[in-house]
Design a protein around this ligand. Structure first.
Ligand code: NAP
Length: 291
C-alpha cells in the first residue's frame, strides 16, 4: 500500500481500539480495489471525543467508524444524523462531505444483509432476541423495520421492557414483547420463532463455555445468529449446528456493517469476501463458521 500526498484517510475511533478488526478489513478492501485510501486506528479517550471529531473536520478525514464507548455521545458533535441511528441513539459511521459530518448506524443493516446473504429473505419472520444492550437495540429496530415480529428476553427483565417500549412507535401493528430470560418463557417463545439472535456477551472470550439458553431448546431448522465473533465458533454455534439449526457467526455482521460504511465513504461496493478473510486472519484461523 502506497501512502501518497493524495491519499484520503479513513479510520476508527474507540477506547480501547487496539483489538479492532476494522483496520485489517478495510485496508484489505482498499488494496483489493487499488484505491487511494488508508484506514487507521485512533485511540480516543471519552474526554477527548469532541476534539477528536473537530480533528476529523480540520484534518479532512474522509470518514470514521465509531466504536465503544463513543457511539451515543458522538451524536452531539455531528451536523446530521440518519433517522434509524437517531432512533437507536447510536452512530457507528461518520461521513465527511466537504466539512459536513453525517452519522449513520450500519450495525442493524449489516445484520440484515449478512443474515439474508446466508439464509435468503427474512422479512416478516418472528424473531426471539436474547439481550437488551446496544447491539440488541440495533438488531431489534432493523428487524422491526422489515416487518418482523420481535420478542426480547433479557437477564435484567426491565431492560427488555424498556427496549420494546422504545420500539413501539416504530413497530406498526406488530407489537414487540418482553419476556424473562428463563427456561419456560424461552421454550414457549422459541416454539413459534423462526429466528433466534444472541446479542448477549455470553460465550465471548474468555468465557467460551457459556451459552445463553438451554441447548435442548434449539430445534432443527431454527435460524440461529450469534453476534459474538470471538471466538469465531462459539458454543452456541456448535450446539446449533449439531442440532440441525442453521447458524451464522457475528463475524458476518462485523464484515457487512464495515462494508456498508466503506460504501458510504467511497461510493464503491467493497469485496466482502476479502474483508472477511482479513478479519479471520486476525484470529490466526483459516476456518470458522461457514454460514
Ligand atoms: P451491552 O450493551 O453491554 O449488552 C450486553 C448484554 O448481554 C445485556 O443484555 C446483558 O444483560 C447481557 N449479558 C451479559 N452477561 C450476561 C450473562 N452472564 N447472562 C445473561 N445475559 C448477559 O453489549 P453489546 O454492545 O450489546 O454487545 C453484546 C455482544 O455482541 C458482545 O459480545 C459484542 O462483542 C457483540 N457484538 C457484535 C457485533 C458484530 O458486529 N458481530 C456488534 C456489536 C456487538 P443485562 O442487561 O442483564 O446486563
Amino acid at each position: 500500500m502506497n501512502v501518497l500526498g493524495t491519499t484520503r484517510v479513513l479510520g476508527v475511533i474507540g477506547h480501547p481500539v487496539s483489538h479492532s478488526l476494522s483496520p485489517a478489513m478495510h485496508n484489505a478492501a482498499i488494496r483489493a480495489l487499488n484505491i487511494d485510501y488508508v484506514y487507521v486506528p485512533f485511540h480516543v479517550l471519552p474526554e477527548n471525543l469532541g476534539s477528536a471529531i473537530g480533528g476529523v473536520r480540520s484534518l479532512e478525514i474522509a470518514g470514521i467508524n465509531v466504536t465503544i464507548p463513543h457511539k451515543e455521545r458522538v451524536i452531539e458533535y455531528l451536523d446530521e444524523v440518519d433517522d434509524h441511528a437517531l432512533a437507536i441513539r447510536s452512530v457507528n459511521t461518520v461521513t465527511n462531505s466537504d466539512g459536513r459530518l453525517r452519522g449513520d448506524s450500519t450495525d442493524g443493516p449489516g445484520f440484515i444483509r449478512s443474515a439474508e446473504a446466508a439464509w435468503g429473505r427474512i422479512d416478516g419472520c418472528r424473531a426471539l432476541i436474547l439481550g437488551a444492550g446496544g447491539s440488541a437495540k440495533a438488531v431489534a429496530f432493523a428487524l422491526a423495520g422489515i416487518g418482523c415480529e420481535i420478542v426480547v428476553a433479557n437477564r435484567t427483565y426491565q431492560r427488555a421492557v424498556e427496549l420494546v417500549e422504545a420500539m413501539n412507535p416504530a413497530a406498526g401493528g406488530r407489537k414487540p414483547r418482553a419476556v424473562e430470560l428463563e427456561r419456560d418463557a424461552l421454550a414457549a417463545e422459541i416454539a413459534g420463532s423462526d429466528l433466534l439472535v444472541n446479542t448477549t456477551s455470553v460465550g465471548m472470550h474468555p468465557d467460551t463455555g457459556g451459552i445463553p439458553l438451554p441447548t435442548d431448546l434449539i430445534r432443527p431448522g431454527l435460524l440461529v445468529y450469534d453476534l459474538v465473533y470471538n471466538p469465531l465458533r462459539t458454543r452456541l454455534i456448535e450446539e446449533a449446528e449439531s442440532r440441525g439449526a442453521k447458524a451464522v457467526s457475528g463475524l458476518k455482521m462485523l464484515v457487512y456493517q464495515g462494508a456498508l460504511s466503506f460504501e458510504m465513504w467511497t461510493g464503491i461496493e467493497p469485496p466482502v469476501d476479502v474483508m472477511e478473510q482479513a478479519a479471520r486472519a486476525c484470529f490466526g484461523a483459516k476456518t470458522g463458521p461457514e454460514a
